[in-house]
Design a binder for this molecule. Structure first.
Ligand code: DX5
Ligand code: ZN
Length: 235
């Protein structure tokens, strides 16, 4: 049972089937307030924030200052994905900036179990993300202590890439591990998610869909978000 939320018996995952999470990496930063307002109104479940340091991945993006600004722009949970080396260096800064979920890479921490424990101890939801080529046991061994398992469906580092073949098997393996142990853990997918690939990920067992390009580069991001949500609804 989670000690961090008001969910009660329904747990953190709860009865809601799917979470749709726009990644602001693909937003128009000259109009960030409008972009965030649009997806908030359209019913985004979390706002995904990609932090890159130019070392763990080649690109460089933003840090706690932007998270702090976004915290004032939306009430929805900020899902902060740290693609940085030694991510726990910045735990306090991101917590103080208003992050709700802190996702670190299993490749970037010495011990994923300890990393999750430290994030939870700081009062945040703990996420563990895994790159496409990393053997899954690194994640599976730490699942019981985390709130979000994030399977990368592209090589992390930039938006707008194609969903990798082979991702479904990895998603299904993580889903089986979550279900077998009855864990209260979301299963997210990140990279190349659109109304064509999201149903494939959903059938494999994903319940949380991060999408940058397919939402913010659409002519109408609110409509794109709703289309994406419908694409993973059964029936
Ligand atoms: C990639 C990031 C993603 C990215 C996804 O390294 O972690 O969150 O924003 O972008 P799309 O949906 O365009 O692949
Ligand atoms: Zn991400």
């Amino acid at each position: 049972m989670s000690a961090r939320g008001p969910e009660g018996a329904a747990g953190w995952v709860g009865r809601q089937r799917n979470r749709i999470c726009p990644s602001i990496l693909s937003a128009d930063f000259s109009r960030l307030g409008d972009e965030i307002a649009r997806v908030t109104r359209a019913g985004a479940d979390f706002l995904h924030v990609d932090v890159m340091d130019g070392q763990f991945v080649p690109n460089l993006t933003f840090g706690p200052i932007l998270v702090q600004a976004m915290r004032r722009l939306t009430p929805i949970p900020l899902d902060v994905h740290l693609m940085i080396v030694d991510p726990l260096r910045f735990l306090d800064e991101f917590a103080e900036a208003g992050a709700d979920h802190l996702i670190v890479h299993v490749e970037a921490v010495e011990d994923p179990v300890v990393a999750s424990r430290r994030i939870r101890a700081r009062g945040l939801r703990a996420g563990l993300s895994i790159k496409p080529a990393t053997p899954l046991p690194r994640l599976l061994g730490a699942l019981s202590g985390c709130d979000i398992a994030l399977v990368m469906t592209v090589e992390p580092g930039r938006g707008g890439q194609a969903f990798l073949d082979g991702s479904e098997e990895r998603i299904a393996t993580v889903r089986a591990a979550i279900d077998d142990a009855k864990l209260d853990c979301l299963l997210g997918v990140d990279g190349g998610i659109d109304p064509t690939t999201a149903p494939r990920a959903a059938r494999a067992g994903a319940d949380t869909f991060i999408a940058g390009h397919s939402i913010f580069h659409a002519p109408d991001p609110a409509a794109a978000l709703q289309t994406l949500r419908r694409s993973v609804e059964p029936g």
